[in-house]
Design a protein. Structure first.
Length: 327
């Protein structure tokens, strides 16, 4: 059985973009792959986090994983910081990573833009992300379009290590769904929907109330004209909303176009809100039950044990090949 590895930062509220672009795929993949799904809390602290908020968001992300349909008996659900091998291999791979490679990372440029100073962790975290993947010899890595550059670095580091020290790591492949892989902001379809956006109207949080969802979608920016047609180049705003519609309803893009032919944006956006509300309601109900059950610590302990059983031998093999004395 092939191995899949992915994770989401417990920073901010998870959005419908996180669900469509990542979690929904996790649920499908767990049926046919050996899956490891993390909350990447070590990545989260590359920018300042409020400690109380980080703890709350960590529990939130685990509960939402399970509420969305990830089964802890089928997939390992764990926190990155609970498996010490992530940090250890992250450092070892940092020593193999070139400054120029890190300087070219567009995410670093975006996050550092306009700041007088940034932490070194933000600069080197692609090496830690590579360690996350290579620890488990992952065959497939579900990533959004914005993470492809980091996966390419992971592939380069795997090949570099193998050439220098002998065959050790699998070279992972990206898993990118064709529709809905990258849901864009409701107020600007040129930017990815982000839970860190200071404008809460730019995203739909998975725990938003029905009224909040209706309000946000009624105010979502649309293109000029009134035709509901999927054309990301000419109509990026409505195409983004159509992607959300298809992913939440199960209808195809052609079905959506046919349903709203001649009706304009008003009816489309009103129905879209109800489609999203209906899609999120069962997840929200399960989420509340999981938080009240107190089972999150046990889920994380079990997941970390499964992950460590795979990660620890890999780190030992890497250290031995690099010339370290093992205890």
């Amino acid at each position: 059985m092939k191995t899949v590895l992915s994770g989401i930062q417990p920073s901010g509220k998870l959005t419908i973009g996180n669900y469509i672009g990542a979690i929904k795929n996790y649920v499908a993949l767990q049926e046919d792959y050996n899956c490891f799904f993390m909350g990447v809390d070590l990545h989260a602290v590359t920018v300042p986090q409020d400690p109380a908020a980080l703890r709350e968001q960590t529990e939130m992300i685990v509960a939402l994983y399970v509420a969305a349909g990830i089964d802890p008996n089928k997939a390992a659900i764990f926190m990155q910081s609970h498996v010490k091998e992530h940090a250890e291999l992250g450092w070892l791979l940092t020593t193999l990573t070139y400054m120029g490679e890190l300087e070219r990372m567009t995410q670093f440029k975006d996050k550092a833009a306009g700041k007088e100073s940034v932490g070194a962790g933000l600069f080197v975290y692609p090496s830690l992300m590579a360690a996350d993947i290579l620890l488990y010899n992952a065959d497939l890595v579900p990533v959004g379009e914005d993470q492809k550059q980091h996966l390419e670095l992971t592939r380069d580091l795997a090949q570099r290590f193998n050439q220098r020290y002998g065959q050790t790591f699998k070279v992972p492949e990206p898993y990118i769904p064709q529709v809905g892989a990258r849901i864009m902001s409701l107020d600007d379809a040129s930017k990815k929907m982000s839970k860190s956006n200071p404008n809460p109207g730019s995203y739909i949080a998975l725990l938003d109330t029905p009224d909040e969802i209706r309000k946000k979608l009624s105010r979502a920016v649309t293109d000029s004209g009134r035709e509901v047609r999927f054309d990301p180049a000419e109509k990026p705003e409505v195409s983004n909303l159509m992607s959300i519609y298809t992913q939440c309803s199960g209808l195809s893009l052609k079905d959506v176009e046919a349903r709203y032919e001649g009706q304009g944006y008003g009816a489309f956006k009103k129905d879209l809100a109800e489609v999203v509300v209906a899609a999120l309601a069962p997840m929200q109900e399960r989420y509340r039950a999981i938080r009240e059950s107190g089972e999150i610590p046990a889920i994380l302990r079990s997941g970390a044990e499964k992950a460590a059983a795979k990660a620890a031998p890999m780190v030992n093999e890497v250290k031995e090949k690099m010339g370290f004395l093992l205890p």
